[in-house]
Design a protein. Structure first.
Length: 279
């Protein structure tokens, strides 16, 4: 059953969904646009804001499950944990989405969801806790072993590895032991059944990392941020580094939440116009 909820301003009505997670995909896309537009108008912390935000999360859970499905082979029995981590990325995407930008929400949200899941695997791949210095030494050890094996035609000794790595032999041994705490798999290992038959881990290796573009954007943005006024830099820091809500920023700066929203919109528009080439 679907009814309408009238806002306190009488501006826009939002449908009240009995079970947002069961909304059909096409309806979910259309409703997501409506809820995102209304969310941008609402004041954070109000009941209607919470309803709109929570409904957006539930409606887009299928998007999280779709993204999490890519990692089914790595997750094994932990798929529910992967989905929960993906929801964190979905929430960040909802909070950071700008309705004024002409981009589909799914296109915007997927990198956030996948990024959170990848971070989860990066932090939990080790079967036992291993100090970061030994994790890094393990990578160096693998490269040194490969180089010396090719050069010598045999497995190198600990002393030979230590000389090449410029490390004490004791640390080389520790790195060898640390390698046993890392989960690994053959590139030929099957990770699932796809439309074109059985998929192997090697099928997913070697793709271009989209984060390279982000690094370039950050380098281009940095000098422009340094030229901003101190208040503007503080505004960006509070919103995107400390991830404060607009209401919290308003309290910090002594202005209303709506004024914070307008300041952010104008500031981001200026930076975007400065970054993008003129048509």
């Amino acid at each position: 059953m679907t009814t309408s909820v009238t806002t306190d301003t009488g501006a826009t009505t939002l449908p009240e969904l009995d079970n947002p997670a069961q909304v059909a995909p096409e309806d979910a896309r259309n409703l997501t646009r409506l809820f995102l537009r209304r969310l941008a108008e609402l004041e954070e912390g109000t009941p209607e804001y919470q309803y709109a935000r929570n409904t957006l999360i539930e409606m887009n859970l299928s998007l999280v499950r779709f993204a999490a499905g890519r990692f089914r082979g790595r997750a094994k029995d932990d798929m529910e944990d992967v989905v929960q981590v993906g929801v964190i990325g979905l929430i960040k995407a909802i909070d950071r989405f700008e309705v004024s930008r002409e981009v589909e929400f799914t296109t915007f949200a997927i990198p956030y969801i996948v990024g959170e899941i990848k971070r989860f695997f990066r932090d939990t791949t080790w079967a036992v806790h291993v100090p970061r210095r030994l994790q890094e030494a393990r990578v160096q050890l693998a490269r040194a072993t490969e180089e010396l094996t090719g050069r010598l035609g045999r497995t190198p000794t600990v002393r030979e590895l230590a000389q090449l790595m410029s490390l004490p032999e004791e640390e080389v041994v520790e790195a060898m032991l640390a390698s046993n705490g890392h989960t690994s798999a053959s590139l030929d290992a099957a990770i699932g059944q796809g439309e074109d038959g059985e998929a192997a881990l090697a099928d997913f290796v070697g793709s271009e990392d989209a984060a390279f573009d982000l690094v370039e954007d950050l380098h281009a943005l940095a000098p422009r941020i340094t030229r901003l006024e101190e208040r503007e830099r503080l505004l960006l820091h509070l919103r995107f580094v400390e991830e404060r809500t607009q209401a919290e920023i308003g309290e910090r700066l002594g202005v209303s939440q709506m004024h914070v929203s307008r300041l952010l919109s104008r500031l981001l528009a200026r930076l975007r116009a400065d970054l993008l080439p003129a048509p």
